[in-house]
Design a protein around this ligand. Structure first.
Ligand code: F6R
Length: 362
């Protein structure tokens, strides 16, 4: 049941604080700076990994892009992320030292299962991050971590993206600690930020009316651009995907630095730019790129860290101080923006045309 909400998507956006609480419950030992994802690996399974390759599709791929940066930063392991349908193990690599992490909400996405099978054939260690107990992916991998977001009915992934990123952040800490690459004090700081995540998301949800107003103001724009740097890039890409799939408006996300290498030609007063301007997203440099768009007349909307101020933004959405998960909190504003633009236009939000919740063909 929709519990008083007009759409599952809005209900699921609002369930994020609770979903995130479920994701982290019982898994953090903040004082010790440790994580227990209750995965039964053989001893040493993670300790000597030399490379992590994340494979996923769509929104899960963006969660993977967020995670790859965390694996490098927190776990000190080289990490890449690949679109599952494009994944090949590749010659000259070392499968026995590679961990392939499949990120899939449903655990049934054919492209992702195909990538896992290719990784298994090559002899890599495989791991799944999924929402679905007993799903196909869990039977194909060496280990699984469940994101515990609860069932997601809306075709557009929302709360599962948040829980995926939170789970992958815990995995990054766990690997970093196992490998001795992450000091207890640094791990503790990350775990405290994760603990603050449900409350921070709630603060964003409490500002929904502000996002609805912005959606009403800009809904008739020609196109929407989403930009960020570092951890802000996957969030920009996800923001654009969410808007296009449910509103049917043209939206594009990219690394803010790329704006001047081409897309700027499309920027006009009819193309709002939505920017991630938080910790972990190189906000000052991103703001320079936003200013270039504003100079061409584009309205600028920004998700901004609590301790920063960018007076020239047309709309600013405040993001509470939660360190490396601030871009993930900013994403909640982008979800609400997509929802309200689509809702103003009367779109069938929970079942957008041409799309299915689970894509079981390659
Ligand atoms: C977008 C969306 C899709 C899925 C993708 C992968 O809102 O939901 O892009 O993220 O089809 O699905 P899973 O995670 O089930 O493998």
């Amino acid at each position: 049941e929709k519990g008083g909400y007009e759409h599952y998507m809005r209900k699921e956006i609002h369930e994020q604080p609770e979903a995130l609480r479920q994701t982290i419950t019982g898994r953090l030992d903040v004082d010790a700076g440790d994580v227990d994802l209750d995965v039964s690996f053989p001893p040493g399974f993670l300790a000597d990994v030399e490379e992590i390759r994340v494979v996923a599709c769509g929104t899960s791929y963006y969660a993977g892009r967020y995670a790859a940066q965390l694996f490098e930063e927190l776990a000190g392991v080289r990490a890449t992320v690949e679109i599952a349908s494009e994944y090949e193990f590749g010659a000259g690599r070392t499968p026995d030292r590679t961990l392939v992490v499949a990120v899939t909400q449903s655990g049934e996405t054919a492209d992702t299962l195909g990538a896992v099978r290719r990784a298994n054939e090559a002899g890599a260690r495989t791991f799944a991050v999924t929402n679905t107990l007993g799903s196909t992916v869990t039977r194909e991998v060496d280990g699984t971590a469940f994101i515990r977001a609860g069932p997601e009915i809306g075709v557009a992934a929302t709360k599962t993206f948040a829980s995926q990123v939170a789970t992958l952040a815990m995995l990054a800490v766990s690997i970093g600690r196992d490998r001795g690459a992450l000091a207890a004090a640094d791990a503790r700081a990350v775990l405290e930020d994760l603990q603050g995540l449900p409350g921070a998301v709630q603060q964003v949800l409490d500002k929904e009316s502000r996002v609805r107003e912005a959606a009403q103001t800009y809904q008739d724009s020609e196109a929407f651009f989403f930009v960020g740097r570092a951890l802000g890039v996957p969030v920009a890409l996800e923001g654009a995907l969410k808007l296009k799939e449910i509103s049917y408006d043209h939206a594009e996300g990219f690394a803010a630095g790329e704006l001047k290498h081409g897309p700027l030609a499309l920027v006009t007063p009819e193309t709002p730019v939505l920017a991630v301007l938080t910790e972990g997203s190189r906000a000052n440099e991103t703001m320079n790129n936003v200013t270039e768009a504003q100079t061409r007349g584009a309205p600028a909307l920004g998700c901004v860290s609590a301790d920063a101020e960018y007076d020239t933004l047309d709309v600013d959405f405040p993001v509470p101080d939660v360190g490396i998960v601030e871009p993930l909190v900013a994403n909640v504003y982008l979800q609400l923006f997509a929802y309200h633009v689509a809702n103003e236009k009367g779109r069938p939000i929970d079942k957008p045309r041409n799309l299915a919740k689970s894509v079981t063909v390659e």
